[in-house]
Design a protein around this ligand. Sequence first.
Ligand SMILES: NC(=O)c1ccc[n+]([C@@H]2O[C@H](COP(=O)([O-])OP(=O)(O)OC[C@H]3O[C@@H](n4cnc5c(N)ncnc54)[C@H](O)[C@@H]3O)[C@@H](O)[C@H]2O)c1
Ligand SMILES: [Zn+2]
Length: 362
Amino acid sequence: MRNLTIHSSTHDYDVLIGSSLRHQLKDMVKKEYSKVLIVSDSVVADLYLEDVKAAFSNAKVSDAIVPAGEGSKSLEQYGRLLDKCIQEQLDRQSLIVGLGGGMIGDLTGFVASTYLRGIDFLQMPTSILAHDSSVGGKVAINHPQGKNLIGSFYNPIQVVYDTETLQSLPAAEIRSGYGEVIKHALLSDASWYDELKTQLLKNVTTEDLEDHLMAGIKVKAGIVEEDEKEHGVRKYLNLGHTLAHALEAELGYGAITHGEAVALGIAFAMRVSEHKLKSDLPILSYLEWLQLNDYPLHTLKSANPKQLVHRMKWDKKTVREEIHFVLLKEVGSPVVERVNDEELTEYLEKFLEEVNHIEQRN
Ligand SMILES: NC(=O)c1ccc[n+]([C@@H]2O[C@H](COP(=O)([O-])OP(=O)(O)OC[C@H]3O[C@@H](n4cnc5c(N)ncnc54)[C@H](O)[C@@H]3O)[C@@H](O)[C@H]2O)c1
Ligand SMILES: [Zn+2]
């Protein structure tokens, strides 16, 4: 088992990573809780809920299951979960467990942060992508007008990452998780990035996975410890996200996974870096890696650059209608630059042409 302690403004918490940790929760959760509410989604609950319930046999355990998918990060499910907390009479000595991917982590964390002005919250991430969402303390639900519009900063008391649960992830979710892993590598460390690029996702072993999750969490933790509330360096974590958010919205949520969109967005951010900063980045080999691992480059075929730029302008991260783009001077060295509409449209047109050309060759 691996362990990393994260320092936040409210408290320190441990991230534990290892195989079959869900069966050892009793030894890991240090405080005694009289009541525990486990929140999960319909897919993950079928697979792992009973194991987690069994681990809390000393407490009065209840559970709440929401439908799988981003749609459950809603005011409706948030309200339902609060009803459940009240019905179960959870108090300040109770624990809420989020068992699932990033959707469950964000939703459950937001419930825990607001119920009785905050009760203890344990994250049990079950997706690779959730290495990103389970640390850093951002919790939120969506509003019909946009993603993560209602939320708060609220850190868990612990993160228990059972890597055995990742074995049931479908291929698209593995690609999604690795979109954020590769982002963390590009933000921090050229040699780790080079090593990751030799990795075929279908051959990842549990050992590799533990290394990658730990390394990714270290990068994220280092950044959020320096800038918890996103006034400065935390913005770097948006590498690849400007195009990704626009693409996700344009294709319709769920058409491709978030991390897949990020992986494509990173390729574009590399090209923009080249134009704006004269950076010399390994773009072609990155695009090759995306292809080898079946990232959905084909979705860019039908994309309309003007429409995408319009969406990028309305991204939550936009400041006074100017797009602030995370770029790379070199691998491991991010900066934020303003890019105007005309430039962006021009770069995007070129990029879409390049990707379509690659796609046609295959
Ligand atoms: N708070 C943050 O800092 C932060 C950062 C990044 C992403 N997020 C949020 O995370 C969410 C995306 O997370 P996600 O990609 O994990 O999505 P998700 O939780 O919706 O999981 C994706 C799919 O995988 C399934 N799944 C999860 N674990 C599984 C397992 N072990 N076996 C089989 N299937 C499994 C789920 O049922 C779901 O269908 C978004 O809502 C995003 O906004 C938050
Ligand atoms: Zn992301």
